[in-house]
Each structure stands twice: as C-alpha cells, then as structure tokens.
Design a protein around this ligand. Structure first.
Ligand SMILES: [Fe+2]
Ligand SMILES: [Fe+2]
Length: 194
C-alpha cells in the first residue's frame, strides 16, 4: 500500500533529522548527513507529489489537503536552500537545521494523522495499490537523480537508499579535483559538494 511505502521514507527522514541536529565537531560527517537528508527529502517530495497529491488534487475533497502539503514541501525546499552553504559550522546554521527538523516532523505528523486518512477515503483500493508501485519506483529514480549532483552521497544498488559515497581511494589523482572527477565519469559539469 502507498501509505506504508511512504512511511518508510518518513522514518528515514526523522532519523536523519535527529542525527543532523545532534551532529557536533565533525564537519565532514555533518555535510554527508545534510546531503543524505536533502536528497531524501527532495526525492520523497517529488515521488509523493506525483503519485499521491496529484491524484488527490483531482478529487474535490482532496484539494485542501494536497494544497496544504505542497505548500509545506515548498517551505522545506526553501530551508534546504538556506542550509546549502559551504560553512555549516555557525550557530545560525544549526538553528536553521533545527527549524528544518521541526518543520519536517510537523509535516510528517500531519500527513500521517490527517492527509493519509483523507486520501484513504477518496482513493479506491486498486488505485492505492497502483500508486504504491509507481511511488516506489519514482523515489528510487529521484534519489539517483538528486544524488548524482553531489560527490559525497550515492544510492545503494542493493537497497535503493541514499548512503555516503565510498571515498575514491582507487583514483587518487582525481580526489579533491571535481573537474577531473567529472571528466573521468564522463560528465560535462563537476558535481557539487553542497
Ligand atoms: Fe510530504
Ligand atoms: Fe511524506
């Protein structure tokens, strides 16, 4: 069912929010946690919008819930943008990360306790089953899409989940050289680190 599939990502988001706001000292670890969370939030929002909120938006009784959810996705996007700066050391950065964590938790709770019930009533069982398949394929595709932008995270071929990328120890000449790394991967543009 679509809601169980969505909850799997929600649990990952809660876990990553907790780890990120508790991160101290090790800035490389904070950076990787942030990118894992950023890719998960963006991939989940895309898959959920396309395969839950678009069908819900087409129902008269689902308009308020879907509009509300899309608005909150946009607010989360803006916080992710604010947090995508090189220096993640300052107090201000961690304060914004806490605001993001609060916003994400509020949103997940509202979806799980309200919006999923609205969707549960309005969509048929066959439709929910069909959407579950589409959502599951789309979130993995979008994780890969967003993770491809960054050097330090990747998507596991085995689990389809976002994980820290293996350091390119076998390619010492390209380490720390985004342009050479991009050329080696056959990409025209270097991948971003934030
Ligand atoms: Fe959502
Ligand atoms: Fe969600």
């Amino acid at each position: 069912m679509i809601f169980e599939a969505i909850r799997e990502s929600h649990d990952l988001q809660r876990d990553l929010c907790r780890k990120l706001t508790a991160s101290r000292g090790d800035m490389a670890a904070r950076q990787v946690l942030f990118l894992q969370l950023k890719v998960e939030l963006m991939a989940h929002a895309a898959a959920e919008e396309r395969h839950l909120y678009v069908p819900l938006l087409m129902e008269d009784g689902g308009m308020d819930a879907s509009r509300h959810a899309l608005h909150e996705h946009h607010q989360v996007d803006e916080l992710l943008e604010d947090l995508s700066v090189r220096n993640k050391k300052q107090d201000g950065w961690i304060a914004t990360a806490k605001t993001l964590s609060f916003k994400v938790r509020h949103h997940l709770k509202e979806e799980e306790s309200k919006f999923f019930h609205v969707a549960g009533r309005l969509l048929s069982d066959a439709k929910k089953k069909q959407l579950a398949g589409k959502y599951k394929r789309e979130i993995v595709r979008m994780r890969k899409h967003y993770a491809a932008e960054f050097q330090t995270v990747a998507v596991s071929a085995a689990t389809g989940l976002v994980k820290p990328a293996k350091p390119a120890a076998d390619k010492p000449a390209t380490r720390g050289n985004a342009k050479a790394g991009a050329q080696l991967r056959g990409m025209s543009k270097p991948r971003r680190t934030r």
